[in-house]
Design a protein around this ligand. Structure first.
Ligand code: RB5
Length: 140
């Protein structure tokens, strides 16, 4: 399952990304927010992260993407990568086995975020030497 969430600053971007997911037959659940009314990103990040198990993927969006990544990475089972390029999306899946993609809602064009999202969803974890390092993250 894919879970998607944003604060008010990421709301419009979230709606556009949801259209992309729907058009491409991805199953997803929107954890909010549901309007442009101001809200607090840590609450949305918490709601989303608490839903993530096993092979689930999360997508979080706030203005800069920074607040959402700080919040999401407080959860031991979450490996959230803030991505502003396709290359970062590819590498955070291949090397970090990221299970949450964080995107910028402001100052980022929708088409670029779509290409980042597409790359994230289609790239797999490489395992091998990266497995040990990813496991070490849970020990911190
Ligand atoms: C909201 O104004 C903004 O602070 C938030 O979306 C995010 O960028 C925080 O990191």
């Amino acid at each position: 399952m894919i879970y998607i969430g944003s604060d008010h600053a990421g709301f419009q971007m979230k709606e556009k990304l949801k259209n992309y997911l729907t058009k491409n037959s991805y199953c997803f659940e929107d954890v909010g927010t549901h309007s442009i009314e101001r809200c607090d990103y840590p609450i949305i990040a918490k709601s989303l992260c608490e839903k993530i198990t096993n092979d689930d993927i999360g997508i979080l969006i706030c203005g800069t993407g920074i607040g959402m990544s700080i919040a999401a990475n407080r959860f031991k089972h979450i490996r959230a990568g803030l991505c502003t390029t396709k290359k970062q999306a590819e590498m955070t899946r291949r090397h970090n086995n990221a299970n949450v993609l964080v995107l910028q809602g402001r100052d980022m064009c929708y088409l670029k975020n779509i290409s980042i999202l597409k790359t994230f969803l289609l790239t797999s974890f490489e395992g091998a030497r990266h497995e040990k390092r990813v496991n070490m993250l849970s020990e911190i």
